[in-house]
Design a protein around this ligand. Structure first.
Ligand SMILES: [Zn+2]
Ligand SMILES: [Zn+2]
Ligand SMILES: [Zn+2]
Length: 227
């Protein structure tokens, strides 16, 4: 179940109940490997990692943490293979029948009874995009609100020529620019933190403004944004 950037808000700020790290942070150890049957190891591409919520108590942890901590070895004697038991470290519920067939992490481990297709799947490029977008959201809140929408007719002459130049950079003219213009006044520090800007009208990614540019125009819908 792939978690798209639009759905990441509900994971924001929540921590893994096993390791205490943020669910939207990961390490190389968390990254998924594919099940390949030739004995080789193959990392999933694009990079992804998984989160699993205990069906009994609802607490969420990295799949790697379930692998490391949630699944325990049960020794059956010297000559027998050990069995593995997946239990929730929080509520103690047994989450799968015991098994002796445990696949290594790097051979494409899946949680017993809870295959990857049924757990949260996070693609790291999606998470990075979400974090960049939410940084812009925080800038918006920090300056006392989101972008302010103004009419194209109300902008000053210098702003109008900035918009015309920004339109030119995406192959448009001022005639193509939509009537509703969005205005944001970031400080230099806020501007330096911008990693991604989204069109306030259609949501398409905007070209990142150069440090001297005071406007960007959405190549998709022609909406201008004053910075
Ligand atoms: Zn964890
Ligand atoms: Zn639980
Ligand atoms: Zn747009």
């Amino acid at each position: 179940m792939r978690i798209t950037p639009e759905k990441m808000n509900k994971l924001d700020g929540k921590v893994c109940f096993i390791c205490g790290r943020y669910l939207l942070n990961w390490t190389d150890n968390d990254l998924a490997y594919l099940k390949v049957h030739t004995g080789t190891k193959a990392k999933a591409s694009p990079d992804m990692y998984h989160l699993f919520a205990c069906p009994s108590c609802g607490k969420i942890a990295h799949k790697r943490c379930w692998y490391d901590i949630g699944e325990k070895k049960i020794k059956r004697g010297w000559f027998k293979k050990p069995d593995w038991r997946l239990t929730c470290p929080s509520c103690g519920t047994a989450l799968a029948p015991e098994t002796s067939e445990r696949v290594d992490w790097e051979s494409g481990y899946e949680l017993p009874s809870h295959p990857d297709s049924e757990v949260y799947e996070l693609h790291t490029p999606d998470v990075i995009a979400w974090k960049a977008g939410s940084a812009i959201g925080k800038i918006g809140r920090a300056i006392g609100g989101v972008f302010q929408a103004v009419g194209l007719g109300s902008v000053t002459d210098p702003e109008r020529s900035e918009i015309a130049r920004a339109a030119q950079r995406v192959g448009k003219t001022i005639q193509d620019v939509a009537e509703r213009v969005f205005r944001l006044k970031p400080t230099p520090a806020e501007r330096s933190q911008m990693k991604e800007l989204k069109c306030q009208n259609c949501g398409a990614p905007l070209p990142l403004p150069g440090s001297l540019d005071d406007a960007v125009v959405c190549p998709h819908c022609g909406t201008a944004h004053l910075l």
